[in-house]
Design a protein around this ligand. Structure first.
Ligand SMILES: Nc1nc2c(ncn2[C@@H]2O[C@H](COP(=O)(O)OP(=O)(O)OP(=O)(O)O)[C@@H](O)[C@H]2O)c(=O)[nH]1
Ligand SMILES: [Mg+2]
Length: 296
């Protein structure tokens, strides 16, 4: 595999320019991250282009992350990054856990811009919020949750939303759906793997077998029962490459001559993980937790 993960499709460069253009029009930003990878799912380019708008950080897909670690992330982000974010919220955009808190935040912002406008003698207008984040993080799903209707197209692959779209939430809020953004050079390979494992980078541009092995490394450490139960394999302690072959054999991924088709097995494993069938997993940890582990 090359030094950099080369995944930057042309439409994303355009999407970044469009986000920059629309920034002037919005009052606030909702930045969505994936609760399984709170660090890698934060786009460093976003911080560079946002000027005065306040950011509400949403850790989405909490149903797929390990709850205890999410709580630590929440504490870390609220305490160590309080100057960067207006608030940090956890969400399950599919089921709606966290919706009320998010709506409360947005209504508070609406009240505050309305008061400011009144002071200037201006009529009230809806709060304009840009929803941004990496591909597949759940931006369109969040918008549908708040708007109570299927206005935004969603899908399990990255790059579903291709253009921007304004969607109304009641009379007071307007949300701008935007295409997922990544940054052009992902030089940290491990970060790239984690993004691809969680479905934010098209798996076709990364080595699937390698990704599956990385995923098995994480699962083995944090949720080994998930592999044992799902694929009926024992001794998950062995090397991930061999474990992948075992899983392939269990799933009937065989080539002529009876050799295991690891590529197909890797596809199954990644898909099942991304669908949540393998249960909860968090791939990144707040620094406080890592320090504690180091001192053990
Ligand atoms: N389990 C779970 N799945 C979610 C959640 N939020 C979104 N999804 C799923 O994640 C996938 C991506 O959701 P989208 O809303 O299309 O993501 P997006 O950020 O708009 O993606 P792009 O438009 O491609 O950038 C879909 O299959 C959603 O059903 C969540 O909180 N939990
Ligand atoms: Mg979308």
């Amino acid at each position: 595999m090359s030094e950099k993960i080369n995944w930057f499709p042309g439409h994303m460069a355009k999407a970044l320019r469009q986000v920059e253009e629309k920034l002037k029009l919005v009052d606030q930003i909702i930045e969505i991250r994936d609760a399984r990878i709170p660090q890698s799912s934060g786009n460093p380019e976003l911080a560079d282009i946002i000027e005065e708008q306040e950011i509400t950080l949403v850790l989405n897909k909490v149903d797929l992350a390990i709850a205890k670690i999410t709580r630590l992330w929440l504490k870390h982000l609220r305490e160590q990054h309080q100057n960067e974010y207006r608030s940090v919220i956890t969400l399950n955009a599919l089921k709606g856990q966290g919706k009320e808190q998010l709506l409360k935040e947005l209504n508070l912002s609406y009240n505050s811009i309305t008061v400011k406008r009144e002071e200037k003698g201006l009529k009230p207008r809806p709060l304009r919020v840009m929803v941004t984040g990496i591909p597949n993080s759940g931006k369109s799903t969040l918008i549908n949750l708040l708007a109570d209707q299927g206005s935004a197209k969603t899908g399990s692959k990255p790059g579903v939303t291709r253009g921007q779209q304004w969607i109304k939430v009641g009379n007071n809020i307007e949300l701008l759906d935007t295409p997922g953004l990544l940054w052009p050079d992902i030089t940290d390979k491990e970060m790239g793997y984690r993004l691809a494992i969680c479905g934010s980078i098209n798996p076709e541009v990364v080595d699937k077998e390698l990704l599956a092995c990385r995923l098995l490394d994480y699962l083995r450490k944090l949720n080994p029962q998930a592999i044992e139960k799902r694929y009926q394999v024992e001794d998950v302690g062995e090397h991930s490459y061999d474990l992948l072959a075992k899983i392939g054999r269990r799933r009937g991924c065989l080539m002529s001559g009876g050799k295991v088709d690891r590529h197909r097995a890797a596809g199954i494993l990644l898909q099942e993980f991304q669908q949540g069938t393998l249960g909860r997993l968090t791939l990144e940890f707040p620094p406080e937790l890592l320090e504690k582990e180091d001192n053990r």
